[in-house]
Design a protein around this ligand. Sequence first.
Ligand code: EPS
Length: 404
Amino acid sequence: MIKFVTAGESHGKGLISVVSGFPSNLNISEEYINGQLKRRQAGYGRGLRMKIESDKAEIISGVRFNKTLGSPISIFIKNNDWENWTDIMNVSKNNSEMEKISVPRPGHADLVGTLKYNYDDIRNSIERSSARETAARVAACSVARRLLNQFGIEVGSYVESIGGIFSKENYTNRLFDDKGIDSLSAEKINRQSDKSCVRVLDSLQEKKIINKIKLAKKRGDTLGGTFFVVATGVPVGLGSFVDYDSRLDAELSRSIMSIQAVKGVEIGLGFESAFKFGSEVHDEITLKGKQFTRRTNRAGGIEGSISTGMPIIIRGAMKPISTLMNPLDTIDLSTMKKIESRRERSDFVAVPACAVIAESMVAWTLANFFLQKFSGDSIEDLKDNYKNYKDKLYSRTKKNFSRK
Ligand code: EPS
C-alpha cells in the first residue's frame, strides 16, 4: 500500500508531503515535480497569490542521485508569502491586537470548520481548508505519476467547460466512441490542453471563456466548471469487486471528490448512461490481435470495478470559488447579526488547476492499485512481475478455455 500525507497551512512557512510504499530505483527528480507544480499554478483567472509563489519542491528524504531508496520520500514546498504572514501565522507569539476573523464566507469551510473545531478565530479554519494544500498533493502524486510512466501509463486532462461555456466540437463523444478512443490519448490531450490558458482543446471556446471570466471579475463574482481526466495504457485487472474499498471506480471517484470545491464525479458516460438503453451503453467486446478491447468505451475503462484496459475516463465538476468580491450575506459570529461576507484575496476561476490536481489524484489511485497487483521492492522486480502478467494474459485465457 502506498500512502501520502500532506501538512501545512496556506500562509504558514510551507507545505510538507510524506510519501511511503514506493519501490527502490524509481527515477524521480525535483525538476520533474516542479514541472507538475508549474502546471498546477497556471490558468487564466487565478488570483494574485500565483504571482507571489513559484512552487518548488525540495526533496528532503527517500531519494539519492534522483533514484528512490524505498524509504519514505518527504518533500518541502516553501510559501514565499510567509514573509507577509509571520505575525498572523506565528507558531508561538500571539499578537493580541490582531483582528480575529468572525465573518464566515458562504461556500467555504469557514463556519463549519469553526463550529467543528471550536475555534475563536475563523482564520484557523481558512488556512488548512484552503486549496493551497493541493500543491502538496501534486508534489506527492508526482512520484506515483513517475512510476506509472515506467509502464507506459499516462494521465492527462482537459477542461470541458467553465461558466457553462462548452466547445461546439463534441470531444466528449470522441472520448467514448470507436473513432476517438485512440486519437485522444492522455499525452495528445495534454499536448493540446497545456497550451491553453484555461486548458481547453478548442481555441474558439477559450476566447468565449476568457470573456466570461472577465465578466465574472467585473461583477465581483466567480465561476466553476467541468473537466475530464483520461488515463491511457492502463492494464486490464486493476481493482476488484471483492470488497467495497477494492473497487477501482469507487476509489477514483473518492480521490477526485476529495479535491477542494469538487461537487460531482462521473466515470465514463456517468449519469447519461442512466437515461439510455443497455444496447446504447454497454461496450461490445472485440479482439485486436491478442488484446481484448472494446468497440466503444462508454464504461470509461472500468467494468465491474476492474480496469478493462481501455482508457480510464473521469469527469469532474468544480463549484465556483467561494470568495466573492461582491459578497453574499452571512452572520457575524461576534454579534450574531446579518452582515455582508468578507473579501479575501482569491482566485476567480481555478478549474484548469483543478483538472491538473485531478490528474495527480488519478495517478495516485492507479499507482496504488498497480502496486497492489504487481508488487515489487525494486522497480526491476515490479517490471518483471508486470511483464510476466502481460505476456501470459491472452495465452493462459485461451488455454483455460480450450476444449481438450
Ligand atoms: C492557492 C493559494 C491560496 C488559496 C487558493 C489556492 O491563495 P491565497 O493566498 O490568495 O488565499 O486561497 O485557494 C482558494 C482560492 C480557496 O478558496 O481555497 C493555491 O496555491 O492554489
